[in-house]
Each structure stands twice: as C-alpha cells, then as structure tokens.
Design a protein around this ligand. Structure first.
Ligand SMILES: N[C@@H](CCC(=O)N[C@@H](CS)C(=O)NCC(=O)O)C(=O)O
Length: 234
C-alpha cells in the first residue's frame, strides 16, 4: 500500500479552506489520541479520498477554526454535508454508519451492547491511569489494565469484540499506546506482564495497517506531555 501524503498542520497564518464546498474534512492533529480514533476509522474504511485530513497546529490555531468551523475549538471535528460535528466517539460511529467501506461494528446485539458498556467505562479507565500518573503507585493503572484483560476474555479475541477489529479497539488503542509508553518509561511498569490477552490484543492491533499509519507518538514527547499535565499535582 502506498504511503499517504500527510499535509503540514495549519497555523494562525494559514488561509481557511473553501469551507462548505462539499468537501468532507476531518479537522485533527496528528498527535491527539481522540482525533486518532477518527483517523483510524477513516483509514480502515478506505476513505482516504473521501475524507480529507486537515491537521491544525493547536498551539497556534487559525482563528477561522473557532469562528467558522467548530466553535468548541477542539479537535477532532468533521465537516460533512454542510454541517460540522465533534466528539470522537460520536464521530467514529457516524463515519462507520454514514460512509462506505467495511463495517466496524459487528451485527450482533450482544456485541453492540458490550461495546456501549466498554464506552461507559472509558473515563474510569483513563481516570485510574491518571491517578497513577499523578502519584507514585502503579496500583491504579494495574487495576485499569486488569479490567482491560478481563474485557478481552468476553469473546474469543484477539480483539475486544472477537475476531474482527472494531470501533471498540479504535476507542482504546490510542490511549493505551500512550499509557504504555509513559508507564514503561517513567514508572518502569510493563502493562503486558502477566496479561496475555492485553499482549495479544496489542500485537493484533499493531498488525492493522489503518492503525499503523496513525502511529505518530514520540516517547519523549509523550513523557513530557504527561509530566506537564500532572507535575502540578505531585
Ligand atoms: N471529548 C472530545 C475531546 C476533544 C479534545 O479535548 N481534544 C483536544 C486535543 S486531544 C483539543 O482539541 N484540545 C484543545 C483545547 O482544549 O483547546 C472528544 O472526544 O473528541
């Protein structure tokens, strides 16, 4: 598969695109885990020609983004059919339902219900890991990854909803990618040790090309970012 050209992020000096001209645009940053969810979804469904990436420089973002595109002024957002929508979870569901390409949710009521259950636990999962990041103990992060290990026993893996890669994996992997780095680098904690299902899941997800193309994490940047976010609490 050919490598997609990734446009340079737009900063405050950048001219606005021809907004609402019928082009579908994903406003994002290459480093945001939430935007990454939508980016993976777009890639997996083969929508590279249908959904144009518009990366922004969040540190120096163009004023037109808040004024004319998305007043919430966060990424990701999606411009489609004359409207702009936000919220990564809503967007992955929207892209999966409203665009062509392989479906990313199984046609199985139990699995759909389990997906919603997983979504309802995402804040708790993140909160537990952040509690570790704020302190010195890895107990809480350990609990979060034990929950993930348990969730992966529900179906016959390697993915969260069974044999098929789905929106459930897309929801978690961008966070896990970053948590794994910080836990390993700063806390010398290996999330895969003693967790065979998590190990197999990470391996399986890392074979998905649509995901691999979005992996832009630099360990040094991740560590610095969490340090900045949480050092005030230490
Ligand atoms: N709940 C939103 C959160 C989006 C969000 O917080 N995005 C961050 C980047 S990862 C952002 O745009 N931050 C800029 C800001 O808060 O000014 C989602 O899931 O899409």
């Amino acid at each position: 598969m050919t490598t997609e050209y990734l446009p340079h992020p737009l900063d405050a000096t950048a001219e606005e695109p021809a907004l609402f001209d019928g082009t579908t645009r994903l406003y994002m940053t290459y480093k945001c885990p939430l935007a990454q969810r939508v980016w993976i979804t777009r890639n997996y469904k083969g929508l590279q020609d249908k959904i144009k990436l518009v990366p922004l420089n969040l540190q120096n973002r163009p004023a037109w983004y808040k004024e004319k595109v998305y007043s919430v002024n966060k990424v990701p957002s999606l411009e489609h059919n004359g409207k702009v929508m936000g919220e990564s979870i809503d967007l992955i569901k929207y892209v999966d339902t409203n665009f062509q390409g392989p479906s990313l949710l199984p046609n199985d009521a139990d699995k759909k219900k389990f997906f919603e259950e997983l979504l309802s636990h995402i804040d708790q999962f993140e909160g537990l890991v952040f509690t570790t990041f704020k302190g010195d103990s890895t107990t809480e992060a350990g609990t979060a990854f034990d929950h993930l290990e348990h969730a992966l026993t529900k179906y016959d893996g390697p993915f969260l909803l069974g044999h098929e890669f789905s929106l459930a994996d897309i929801t978690f992997i961008p966070l896990v990618e970053r948590f794994q780095i910080n836990l390993s680098e700063v806390f010398k904690y290996d999330i895969t040790a003693g967790r065979p299902k998590v190990t197999a899941w990470i391996e399986a997800v890392n074979k998905i090309d649509a995901y691999k193309r979005t992996k832009k994490t630099d360990p040094k940047e991740i560590v610095a970012r969490y340090k900045m976010m949480f050092s005030a609490n230490k």
